[in-house]
Design a protein around this ligand. Sequence first.
Ligand code: F6R
Length: 607
Amino acid sequence: MCGIVGYVGGQDAVPVLLEGLHRLEYRGYDSAGIAVRTKTALRVHKSEGRIQQLEAKLPARLRGTTGIAHTRWATHGEPSDRNAHPHVDCESVLAVVHNGIIENGTALRAELEAAGHTLRSETDSEVLAHLIEAAEGDSLEARVRRALARVEGTYGLLVIDRASPDRIVAARNGSPVVLGVGDKEMFVASDVAALVRHTDRVVYLDDREVASIRPGGFSTTTLDAKPTTKTPSPVAVTDEAYERGEHPHFMHKEIHEQPEAVERALRGRLDRDFGVAHLGGLNLSARDLLDVRRIKLLGCGSAFYAGLAGAHMLERLTRIPTDAEPASEFRYRCPVIEKDTLYIAISQSGETADTLAAVREVRRKGGRVLGIVNAVGSTIARECDGGIYMHAGPEVAVASTKAFTCTLVCLALLAIHLGRIRDLSPSDGKRLLGALERLPGQIREILDRGEAIRGIARGIMKRQDAFFIGRAAGYAVALEGAQKLKEISYIHAEAYPASELKHGPLALVSAKTPTVAILPDDDLYEKSLSSIEEIRARRGPVIAIAHDDDSRVREAADDVIVVPRSEPVLDSILMTVPTQLLAYECAVGLGRDVDQPRNLAKSVTVE
Ligand code: F6R
C-alpha cells in the first residue's frame, strides 16, 4: 500500500527520494509524487501511474537537500494527478505525504472550507496540510502536533515547510514510520526497504509520536509534547535482499529461496539432545505454557491459511484445542478473551491493519498474544507479548510464498516446544527435529521438478475454473493453493474439503474444471482416493500432489506431482510448494503481472 520516503542532509534529495520510491514499488500503488525544498521555493510534482511517469515530468534542474515523496494506493478519491501526494496548503508553503485514513476527514474538510481554505483534491490527506497551515505554534513540529490533536484516524505523516529549512517533521499513529540515521543526513520512510541502501541504523516511531528530523539528528515527543527517548537499532537486512537478481520475478526468487529461508527459520532453534526447540522470544516460561488450555491463531489471507494448517500441527503434537480465525473478522464479533488461551497473530509484514487490530483487542481485554512475524521491528512484532520471527528475509512479491512455509516451520517449532512440555516424548521430539532439518533438501527436490510442474500448469491455464481439495491440514494447503492461483493468474479457483465434494461442488465438476488434490499418505488416504474417483467419474481432470507415484495414484489422477515423505505433521509444508509453482507457471503462461497482481497490495495497512 502507500509508501512514504523523506530525506534531509547534504545530498541532492531527488535521486535519493526516487530510489526510495522504487524500493517501495512492491507494495502496490497507482500514483506518485515528490516535494523538494529548493533554495527559493517548495516544488511539488505528481503523476498518476508509475514512478517512471513522475520521473519523466520532473524538471532537470530540480535541486534541493530536503524532500519528501509518496506512492499512493487510492482509498479516498480515484487515482489521478490531483489526488496524488504530496498535498499542499493554500499558499503552497508546506507539503505533506500521508499513509492511513483520516476518519473525521469529511467534517474537518467542511470546517476548513467554511474558514476559507481551498482544498484541491478529493483526498482525506489534504486536510492535514490545511490543518497544519491553520494551526498556531512556534515551530513546525508544534503546529503539526496541534493539528494532529484534531485528527481521528491513522497516519504515517511527513511534513516539510518552506520556512523551516533542513527539517522534516514526521508523525505516526497506526501507520509505520522508520527513521534511518546517516552521517550528517537522515532518511525516513514507511518501510525499511527504502532505507537499507543508505544506513543500517534505524528508529521506529511509536503511535502518537512526532519526530523533528534534521541532518545532524532527530528529536521525538509525544503528541502532547512530552520528550521521548529513542535509541537506533541495527537492521540485519541488506540491500541485495531486495534485488531480483537473475530471477524473472520476485515470486520466482522467493519460491526458490525457500530452502535457505527454512534453514534460517530453524537456525539456533533446535536442541537435538533433548528433542526440544529453543524459542527465546516467547517471553513465556514452561510454567506459563503449562497453563495454556486453548490456542487461537489469527491472520489474514495466506497468514490465516497458514494458521489453519498450523492449528493441525499444534493440536496433534500438544493435544491443546487449537483453531484459526481470520483476524479481519475477529474483533467484530466481540470475542471472549480467556486468560488460559494463547493467542498467536501471524503476519509477514507485521503491519496488516486487521491483524494489528486483533492483537490490540486481545491485549486490551487482558489476553496474551504471541506474534509470528517476518518483518523485524514491525508494529505487530512490537505490540505482541512475545513471538517468533520467521527469518524468511524480505518478501517483495505480493503473493506470499516463503513467508507461508516459514510460518509453518515456526508453528511446528512451537508445537514441538509446547508438546515437549506436555506429553511429547524426547524420542518423538528428536524425530520431528530431524524431519524439520531435512525440509530444506526436500524442498530443493520439489523445486528440481519445476519443468514437469510447468507442463502440468499448461493444462490448468487454459481453464477458467479450478478446484483444490484436501482433508484436515491438506484442506489448508488446498485453500492456500487456490488463493495463489486466483490472485496471480486470475483463474477462478475454489478450495473444498474433499469430504464436502458430494455436498455441492460436484455439480460443477466437468472435463473443463481441473482439480488439484492434496493427497498425503495419511489416515485419510483411502478416502481421498475415493473423492478423486468421484471427480474422474465426471470426467474432471485431476492433478494429485502425493508421496507416491504408484499404480493406484497413477490410475486415480491424470498427473501426479511427487513430494518427498516427511513426518505427517509437516506434510503441509512440502505439499504447498508445488501449488506455488503451479500458480506461478499459470500466471507467467498467461502473461500476468506476477509480482504485482491487479487490485492487490503487499502490505494491507488499511481496514
Ligand atoms: C496472499 C497474501 C495475502 C497476505 C495477507 C496478510 O498471497 O500475501 O493474503 O497473506 O494480506 O499479510 P501479512 O502476512 O503481511 O499480514
